[in-house]
Design a protein around this ligand. Structure first.
Ligand SMILES: [Zn+2]
Ligand SMILES: [Zn+2]
Length: 549
């Protein structure tokens, strides 16, 4: 009952006047009681039991899945909560009942103003060259070494196609993760492209999230790395950590995951420029110069903003000091006349990214937009984007490009993309989206499937460039033009089974809100949505930022 009790207390004290506590001392007494109860209980067992009961009550998963997930996530959730939120000093300060000599709330507006105060004005655009660079963006491989062709794809678990008999095809299933054979031909297909480098934004393990281990996650990250290096021995690869690389999945405490970060450092460090190996060890992120160029590639560990990373409940104030680090890296890049690509797993515009972190990120993008020439993310498995807007002006500033997944999970065609950019300014010129047609592959399992060019962005949407103003205007157009919106949505869902045939005014409004902002708080306000109660609750629990003096 901990989670329910806590939720009731927090929502009562914050939102419902009739439930409001009357004073600092009442608040302290309430949280003191909670803390005493928590301290008396054997944390691991209690966390497991509560999570397991809630999971079973929801009837969403089979018992074995509930057991596995509760054992993995329950204790972390409860321990992180009790560490911070059951502390009367912290909780009553955060809820506004007590003054505190220890904690201070960040004034976000002041921080934004301060960051933007020295934003350079009227800069000359970087000269373009006649040459282009081409690079691949690969994300969310989620391959499954236990995938079995001819097995059951409707087994009732979150991941199937591993046993029984059924319709799981040789090259994959719309309901399952990717067979190793399909991963292999995907990488071979990519190897036939001419690319100058590869951005690889995480999530290699499959979705059997209830029965994994540290060794299990590492075996997938290692295999994916080896396969990519085998086919691209001389091509720079810039990898990123995703939420499924962590164990338990989603959970990452900065400075506490040596089993993972040491391995990533050993695995990726040798083919990355100097400094990356050390930085991976400490923050799971790195910032390096692409060889022979002025392009800085920043690989960002977005577990710092993931709302299902319950470890952040201990302290969601700039986890890993990643925002501070990113600001310093961008500042150095500006002073050195460098241009920057940012690669991360979780798009800061998506609802899974905590609002407070996202506001900070968007402010940095706005401040350094003259040097940040590209932002590349994955995680959603869809083909879409988010428009970063000025935090005060609301004007379009930049675009977060989200690439669709290599896995078909769920109802998607396996995808990878190629970007074309100017070789001097690194401005993105066009996007070439490649897909494997899974339904077609199922018809003829004896032929090796091919990866076709599904579209190129400029031709598909009839635009002349990919500037943020152009993308924002395109979206205005989507809002009025159903045919165009339906085309976009079918691309968003990779030509798979989720693409709609129509999208009326409400559907268009919802979709337009979804991409029009780089902070999900604004998306929720725009959509006036009440359907995303879990995001509301998690954002309430985690943010705004509070610093300890
Ligand atoms: Zn992910
Ligand atoms: Zn994923």
């Amino acid at each position: 009952m901990w989670i329910v009790t806590l939720y009731l207390i927090l929502s009562a004290v914050s939102a419902r006047p009739s439930f409001r506590l009357n004073s600092c001392s009442e608040c302290r007494a309430a949280f003191f009681t909670l803390k005493t109860l928590a301290d008396q209980s054997p944390g691991n067992e209690l966390g497991f039991e509560v999570a397991n009961k809630l999971c079973k009550m929801s009837h969403l998963e089979k018992d074995e899945v509930c057991l596995g997930l509760s054992a993995e996530l329950g204790p972390v959730f409860l321990a992180s909560l009790s560490d911070h939120y059951f502390d009367p000093d912290f909780a009553c300060f955060k809820l506004g009942y007590c003054e505190s000599p220890i904690f201070v709330k960040e004034n976000l507006t002041d921080w934004m103003s301060q960051v933007l105060s020295d934003k350079p004005n009227g800069l000359e655009p970087v000269a373009k060259s006649k040459a282009t660079v081409r690079f691949a963006h690969l994300t969310d491989l989620h391959f499954d070494m236990e995938y079995l062709a001819g097995s059951d794809e409707d087994c009732g678990l979150p991941l199937c196609c591993r046993s029984g008999s059924g319709k799981a095809g040789r090259w994959g299933s719309f309901k399952c993760d990717l067979p190793v054979e399909t991963l292999d031909i995907a990488i071979k297909s990519l190897a036939n492209q001419t690319v100058d480098f590869i951005v690889w934004t995480g999530d290699s393990p499959p979705h059997n999230v209830w029965n994994q281990s540290q060794a299990y996650q590492l075996s997938y990250i290692t295999k994916a790395t080896q396969l990519l290096r085998q086919h691209f021995p001389d091509t720079p690869i810039y990898p990123v950590l995703g939420n499924h690389g962590c164990y338990p999945f989603n959970i990452y405490g900065f400075g506490e995951e040596a089993w993972l970060t040491d391995t990533l450092s050993d695995l990726w460090g040798p083919f990355l420029p100097e400094g990356a190996a050390e930085s991976l060890k400490t923050i799971g992120s790195y910032s390096v110069l692409h060889p022979g160029s002025k392009l800085r590639v920043i690989s960002l560990n977005t577990q710092a903003c993931y709302n299902y990373n319950f470890r952040l409940l201990k302290d969601a104030t700039d986890p890993g000091k990643l925002i501070e680090w990113l600001r310093a890296e961008l500042d150095t890049a500006e002073r050195n006349g460098e241009l920057v690509y940012i690669a991360g797993h979780l798009p800061p515009g998506y609802g899974d990214c905590l609002d407070a972190w996202s506001w900070h990120y968007n402010t940095l993008i706005e401040r350094y937009v003259h040097i940040v020439k590209g932002q590349f993310f994955g995680h959603t498995h869809w083909d879409h984007f988010y428009i970063n807007r000025g935090v005060f002006s609301g004007l379009p500033v930049a675009v977060e490009w989200v690439a669709p997944s290599l896995t078909s999970y769920t109802y998607l065609n396996p995808s990878y993309r190629i970007f074309e950019a100017d070789a001097a300014s690194f401005d993105i010129a066009n996007i070439y989206q490649y897909r494997m047609n899974l339904a077609k592959a199922a018809v003829d399992p004896y032929s090796v499937p091919v990866w076709d060019l599904a579209y190129d962005f400029l031709s598909e949407y009839g635009v002349v460039d990919l500037k943020p103003e152009t993308i924002a205007a395109l979206y205005e157009q989507f809002n009025h033009d159903e045919t165009l919106m339906v085309r976009y949505l079918n691309n968003k869902f990779t030509g798979g089974l989720l693409g709609p045939k129509e999208c009326g005014p409400n559907c268009r409004q919802k979709e337009a809100c979804e991409v029009n902002f780089g902070v999900n708080q604004l998306v929720r306000e725009c959509q006036k949505s009440v359907d995303n109660i879990s995001n509301e609750m998690l954002n309430f629990l985690f943010g705004p930022w509070v610093y300890k003096l």
